[in-house]
Design a protein around this ligand. Structure first.
Ligand code: ADE
Length: 271
């Protein structure tokens, strides 16, 4: 998968060199290129913002640098393209997995608190795409005409990571890239690891994961639930589901309410 990120704070994206995402990049499963938006400004101060039409507080990101930056990034042709443009592209290696036959339509992910919620379902959908382009904004956001312009050339998704307002879209990009990258084939050591994730589709759909334990069997006088060492897979599965349901009811009653009646069995209802 190819990921381009255009930002005025390239250094904010440095955590993408660490841990799971960093390893996926080093292995070549993920080709991440970070571009400095200011490289596409032409004035002495590298201006990227201006006052809003209609008045009001804050500043709005100017369309011209975004237009030049996105033209250059999109012209590079995605997974098969090599150019980093004048941005500080730091992706040294080439090529993604899918789409390496030629240019393909990118998904342009625009982080904004006004967007649609970022969910596990969207992470799964994005993990199947060959090319994602992220446009994290600062200030009050990007001039609307930029979004309209690129909707004609890309699959544009305005996405919010939660009902709170951050200082910019870079932290949401870190969140989204990690959520997507861990779903790529070969990225998690154990392919089963995300089967039981909270929010994963399947038998535990819409239930939060319950508690987990590891060795030692006793720590500071606290033992572990006996059932987990019973060797009885059926009882363990039942216990896990009961725990998941109890935790979901306590922390996210809205999710339990969304469960269709057929998703709950008799034992669930009694829990
Ligand atoms: N930018 C600022 N706040 C945001 C949020 N909650 N989600 C996505 N982008 C943002």
């Amino acid at each position: 998968m190819r990921v381009d990120i255009v930002t005025i704070f390239p250094e904010y994206l440095e955590p993408l060199n660490v841990s799971l995402v960093g390893k996926a990049r080093a292995r070549g499963d993920l080709d991440v290129r970070v571009h400095d938006l200011r490289a596409w400004t032409h004035d002495r101060h590298h201006t990227v913002d201006d006052t809003p039409y209609g008045g009001g507080p804050g500043m709005v990101m100017k369309p011209e640098p975004w237009g030049e930056a996105l033209d250059a990034v999109l012209a590079a042709g995605g997974p098969s393209g090599g150019a980093d443009g004048p941005g500080r592209g730091d992706g040294a290696r080439q090529g993604g997995s899918e789409g390496s036959e030629g240019p393909c339509e990118p998904v342009l992910v625009v982080p904004t608190p006004s967007g649609r919620p970022f969910t596990q379902e969207l992470a799964v959908e994005l993990s199947g795409k060959p090319w994602l382009v992220f446009t994290p904004a600062r200030y009050e956001g990007i001039d609307r005409r930029v979004i309209e312009e690129y909707a004609t050339r890309a699959d544009v998704r305005e996405v919010s990571i939660g009902d709170y307002v951050l200082a910019g879209g870079e932290a949401p990009v870190l969140v989204m890239v990690e959520a997507v990258a861990r779903l790529l084939p070969g990225v998690l050591g154990n392919a089963e690891s995300h089967r039981d994730d909270s929010f994963a589709p399947g038998a535990m759909a819409r239930l939060l994961e319950g508690p987990v334990y590891t060795k030692p069997p006793e720590w500071r006088g606290r033992g572990i639930p006996e059932v987990l060492v019973s060797g009885h897979h059926g009882r363990i599965a039942r216990w896990r589901r009961d725990q998941a349901l109890a935790r979901t009811a306590a922390n996210r009653p809205d999710l339990v309410e969304q469960c269709a009646p057929e998703e709950l069995d008799q034992h669930d209802r009694a829990t």
